[in-house]
Design a protein around this ligand. Structure first.
Ligand code: NAP
Length: 524
């Protein structure tokens, strides 16, 4: 890739380069320009119509099993090109190989999962939702709820932190459902998304119009949406507000899924001691969540709740581990934590830390340690652990998401207070609970479930097998109420619901028998 190469968009079944000078994409460590993107001058209306009509019709002509085979073929193409994806991620996202894997292999794994799930749906073209229900005394007239693929496009407006996984975790259920995809990646890291789409298109796996990518400005994209289209947005709460209030959603009832920011928590059992296994597990997980992808994960732990008696021990143990974290150029194998994705994100994280510091003390600040193979002009930021012994009095600590290697330790006096403080996040993606006591875990899960998309319990017996607080697994629900956006993604075949329309067919048993022959029961 030479400097300033304009990455073409794929829309209307063809590759189209946007007009104008475009927006540059940078290496966040070296500061060099890598490529440019532009969506200026694209015929969005024709592109959306092509996807809706050509792509949609071709995908719907296939069964779930046939579409699952397409997902399997995409997996093979992506696996064959993995090395190129890692190179792009290192250059454009500033991530170490291990951190790039979360995005790249996480995306491929999710696709593979849906390929296997879809295969089991076989030759069907619709899904049966539940059993038939009698409508009256005479059993001949019944109602059967069915799910049919929506006859529109799925527009994905994605965040910068997962250019691979963010695409495939949405595209897998959409394509399996028979719904064409148009993805608009976040500009800062659009290269990886664009390259993956290019490889899949070049391989000729999908029918024309099934997969499109628009890089650069989002201007005009939402205006294209029609009543049977869907939009899935991942990003900040601020942009989410714009999406929600757009006439497509507000007036044309375009179905809208929002994955926004989140002040996720970690909670340790009040009975834990500094010597307990639960304590060690909490410390390791907090450090992992603060440092993986430099804390640029929507699911990362932002608030850590410990009983007051454990506050100092937790601060010391987390700080000691963070002190061993080397930060810098991801090309150096000694580096564990790479850069933030851009100078804008660095400025935003520094500003965010300053805000939180008005309500918290600094328990650990890695910025005094020299960066490895990177200088102060890079977008590298060292981890910072803040602390509050009076979190009930804080406002910003429960409201400001600093999207970087930053978390705040908080003391609680009773478990009821801890639950209350966790809920001050006003809805989060995930809360992890650390305890050796199954009864405590069960009680905490019931208490916290309604405010979270996921409760992740880490007990000594699952220490080696647990999937990680911040890792989003395709079989489990992703999303959260309130501030987290109110969205739902993944959760196995539940994800297909967003791309299908539910209707009740009220008919004779004979007609429902015929209908059932081309459908399959949705088993969750
Ligand atoms: P962002 O600034 O809101 O941008 C998200 C996407 O929206 C980008 O593709 C952006 O394009 C686009 N966009 C910006 N303005 C728009 C508009 N007026 N209309 C339509 N689209 C518009 O968010 P971000 O900085 O990329 O992502 C970080 C945030 O995402 C964090 O708060 C994080 O918690 C959240 N996040 C949440 C999840 C989740 O699953 N809940 C996952 C990942 C990230 P440009 O890049 O071209 O501006």
């Amino acid at each position: 890739m030479t400097t300033s190469t304009m990455l073409p968009n794929h829309l209307g079944g063809q590759w189209v380069t946007g007009s104008g000078a475009g927006t540059p994409l940078f290496d966040p460590v070296l500061g060099t320009e890598l490529a440019r993107v532009s969506s200026a001058g694209l015929d969005l209306s024709a592109g959306f119509a092509f996807a809706r009509e050509q792509g949609g019709a071709a995908l719907r002509a296939l069964s779930y099993g046939e579409r699952a085979a397409l997902l399997g073929a995409i997996v093979k193409v992506l696996q064959a090109n993995r090395d190129a994806y890692y190179e792009i991620a290192t250059a454009n996202c500033g991530t170490t190989t291990k951190d790039s894997a979360v995005d790249i292999d996480g995306g491929i794994f999710t696709l593979g999962y849906y390929a296997r799930q879809g295969e089991a749906l076989g030759s069907a073209h619709a899904l049966l939702d539940g059993e038939r229900i009698r409508m009256g005394k005479d059993p001949v007239f019944q109602t059967q709820h069915i799910l049919s693929p929506t006859r529109g496009v799925a527009l994905f407006i994605n965040a910068f932190n997962f250019p691979s996984w963010g695409l495939w975790e949405k595209a897998a259920p959409a394509l399996l459902s028979g719904v064409p995809v148009i993805v608009k990646p976040a500009t800062a890291t659009a290269w990886l998304t664009q390259r993956m789409v290019k490889d899949v298109i070049d391989a000729g796996i999908l029918p024309p119009g099934a997969l499109s990518v628009v890089c650069g400005s989002s201007a005009g994209l939402m205006d294209q949406l029609q009543p049977f289209d869907v939009v899935s947005f991942t990003g900040s709460a601020e942009t989410a507000r714009i999406i929600r209030s757009h006439p497509a959603v507000a007036e044309r009832s375009v179905r809208c899924n929002i994955e926004a920011d989140s002040l996720n928590s970690a909670l340790i059992d009040p009975a834990a001691t500094p010597e307990s296994e639960a304590f060690g597990l909490l410390v390791s997980e907090v450090v992992r969540e603060m440092t993986v992808k430099s804390g640029q994960k929507c699911t990362a732990i932002r608030r850590v709740f410990v009983p007051r008696a454990l506050f100092d021990a937790a601060a010391q143990a987390i700080g000691a581990k963070l002190a061993k974290t080397s930060v810098g150029n991801p090309r150096n194998e000694a580096v564990r934590t790479g850069a933030l994705v851009s100078q804008e994100q660095k400025a935003s994280v520094i500003e965010g830390i300053a805000k939180l510091r008005t309500e918290a003390e600094v328990l650990f600040d890695g910025s005094s340690t020299a960066l490895v193979d990177a200088d102060a002009s890079s977008a590298c930021v060292a981890p910072v652990l803040l602390g509050s012994r009076e979190p009930a009095k804080a406002k910003l600590l429960h409201a400001v998401e600093v999207f970087g290697p930053v978390a705040t330790l908080m003391a609680y006096d009773s478990i009821e207070e801890a639950y209350e403080l966790i809920r001050r996040g006003e809805g989060s993606l995930v809360c992890s609970v650390y305890s050796a006591d199954p009864a405590f875990i069960a009680a905490a899960s019931l208490e916290l479930g309604s405010a979270h998309g996921r409760v992740h319990a880490i007990s000594p017996d699952v220490a080696a097998s647990q999937s990680g607080h911040g890792n989003v697994m395709p079989m489990s629900l992703h999303g959260g109420p309130g501030r987290a956006g109110g969205g739902e993604e993944l959760g196995g075949l539940r994800a297909l619901g967003f791309y299908h329309r539910r209707s009740a067919v009220q008919a004779s048993s004979a007609a429902l028998d015929v209908l059932a022959a081309s459908a399959v029961a949705l088993k969750l």
